[in-house]
Design a binder for this molecule. Structure first.
Ligand code: SF4
Ligand code: MG
Length: 271
């Protein structure tokens, strides 16, 4: 097997624009599947709506393409009904953290054993370039022509605060590192979020002086620091920047399906 065996070659080449970061994120998922020797028949990718949601059809796994903002809710249902399945969710910032933000919080709180891979490009790409909850302050989008007034949501911080037991962040061009982060999330028993920062040159980039993919990637690297080196960096060096790498890993918390199985057993005994 190779990571290529986890791609659905009948659906390739993909539809993403030239310079879009989603292809690199897809490669990281396929490599993570290969690294753990994932059994294709016991795995499902659940997605919502958006450019990144096409990832489910490019992976050679079972797939469930759902509605805008709701893939985490559908994935929760799949996991409860069939706890033996490995459940991946591919969802963008608009899908997972704006329309579907409530589902994100509660899946993290419940420790549902799913692996959520958010490709965050700071914008609603497929629906035409409207701002999302992660759009940076001052950014020009289709719905903020004179600059965005809101402050962006930190998806990893929100998931961690809600109780997520595995949280990681990567930048899309670090494919091998991101594959390791996804592999860690898939092996983790409980809710795992991996946020991959990924430029959208077509909508975000062209309106914000980041026209080429390399501009977007350079911008992301210039505004980040390795989480593993956080203790060695001064507050001044970290100011205004975000950490990349593994941010949270908590073992030993019952995942939702296991906890629920215990309640079912108790109820049966009491009958
Ligand atoms: Fe990627 Fe943006 Fe094009 Fe969608 S619109 S495929 S997110 S570059
Ligand atoms: Mg988006």
């Amino acid at each position: 097997m190779s990571y290529r065996d986890y791609l659905n070659h009948e659906r390739l080449p993909h539809k993403w624009c030239s310079g879009c970061g989603h292809g690199l994120c897809l490669s990281a998922i396929a490599r993570a599947c290969d690294a753990i020797g994932l059994d294709k028949n016991n795995a499902v990718t659940v997605s919502g709506i958006g450019c990144w949601s096409w990832a489910d059809s490019y992976l050679d796994l079972n797939s469930l393409h759902t509605t805008h903002g709701r893939p985490i809710a559908f994935a929760t249902g799949v996991k409860i009904a069939k706890p033996e399945l490995t459940v991946l969710v591919t969802s963008g910032d608009g899908d997972a953290a704006t329309i579907g933000g409530n589902h994100l919080i509660h899946a993290a709180r419940r420790n549902v054993d799913i692996t959520l891979i958010v490709s965050n490009n700071y914008i609603y790409g497929m629906t035409g370039g409207q701002y999302s909850s992660t759009t940076t302050t001052g950014a020009v989008t289709q719905t903020s022509s004179f600059g965005h007034v809101e402050r962006p949501l930190d998806i990893c911080a929100v998931a961690g605060a809600a109780g997520a037991t595995y949280v990681a962040r990567g930048i899309c061009d670090n494919v091998l590192q991101n594959a390791k982060l996804i592999e860690g999330g898939m092996k983790h028993k409980g809710f795992a979020l991996i946020e991959l920062l990924s430029p959208c040159p077509t909508h975000y980039g062209r309106n914000n002086n980041l026209r080429r993919m390399s501009d977007g990637v350079k911008f992301l690297h210039a505004n980040s620091y390795p989480a593993a080196a956080a203790d060695k960096l001064s507050e001044e060096q970290k100011a205004g920047k975000f950490p990349v790498g593994k941010l949270v890993e908590i073992q030993g918390v019952d995942d939702y399906s296991s906890a629920y199985a215990g309640i079912i057993a108790k109820a049966r005994e009491a009958m």
